[in-house]
Design a protein around this ligand. Structure first.
Ligand SMILES: [Zn+2]
Length: 95
């Protein structure tokens, strides 16, 4: 799906709709010693495993694209997500 590079959306700092530049969001690597990770390791590595309570759910095939939107006026960066699953995401080129 083609997505425009500039998008008009609400800016919290300017308190009005302004132009935003979109940049693809890349999550940082997970920390190895975070509380959640330690809890997960403790739960999965202790004992003999046992039986899982619920059957495994099938994974979704596609992901919802996530962006970082930067306000052109005040350069405030916010997380921006398109709530639609898509196979392929491309920034539309200007004609
Ligand atoms: Zn702004």
């Amino acid at each position: 799906m083609n997505i425009p590079k500039n998008i008009k959306t609400y800016c919290k700092k300017c308190k009005k709709h302004t132009d935003h530049k979109l940049k693809q969001f890349k999550p940082a690597a997970a920390r190895a010693v975070s509380k959640g990770q330690r809890k997960h390791l403790f739960k999965t590595k202790q004992g003999y495993g046992g039986k899982s309570k619920f059957p495994k759910q099938p994974k979704k095939q596609n992901k919802k694209p996530a962006f970082l939107a930067e306000c052109v006026v005040c350069h405030q960066i916010c997380y921006f997500i398109i709530p639609k699953r898509m196979k392929k995401m491309e920034f539309a080129e200007k004609k």
